[in-house]
Design a protein around this ligand. Sequence first.
Ligand code: CA
Length: 220
Amino acid sequence: MQLLLVEDDEMLSRALRTGLERDGYGVDVAADAPAARLALTDHGYAAVLLDLGLPGGSGLQVLRGVRDRYDTTPVLILTARDKLSDRIAGLDAGADDYLVKPFQPDELGARLRAVLRRAQGRVAPVLAVKAVRLDPARRSVTLRDEPVPLSVHEYRTLLALMERSGRVVTRHQLEEAVYGGDSTIESNTVAVYVHQLRRKLGDDLIVTVHGHGYRMGDAR
Ligand code: CA
């Protein structure tokens, strides 16, 4: 199982990584917030161990970014901040558990196993429109039960459409969902992803509502 360890303290990071690898996990390390964001958009992880005080942004922002994409990867916060308000903010932002430094490696191991167990047993809502099913927990898409490989951007476009099934989704809403409001992106790229999705999933699945945007499923 592959984990992402987000920690800027090099000594702690090395010690945790060694311990986790000894327990049989694969470990990627990100030492600042931008590296963490990049790793999380490019890979799926079984769980994330997340420090809050990071260079280049806070761990809380990283966590909110993950949950804003409906990514349900378990997140375990590791932090020296033991104030109750920080713990509440972390849990409210979507963390699965919270461990205050310094902690014993055995406790980290046990909590990690607990969040992984819960994640495996979690019943995630699977979205379905016609013969297409999208499982947000696994980030997987099937057409008539056959897996359909999608790029990250295609997946996010499809997720945004399926979550609003039966309603028109504007280009702007899709751009927000795909790029998180990054204004430097050419606005016709969403049309490219829709085109790709039609090619992979069928022409009649996504309806163009001229002048407004796109819709999946029957109009409500
Ligand atoms: Ca730190």
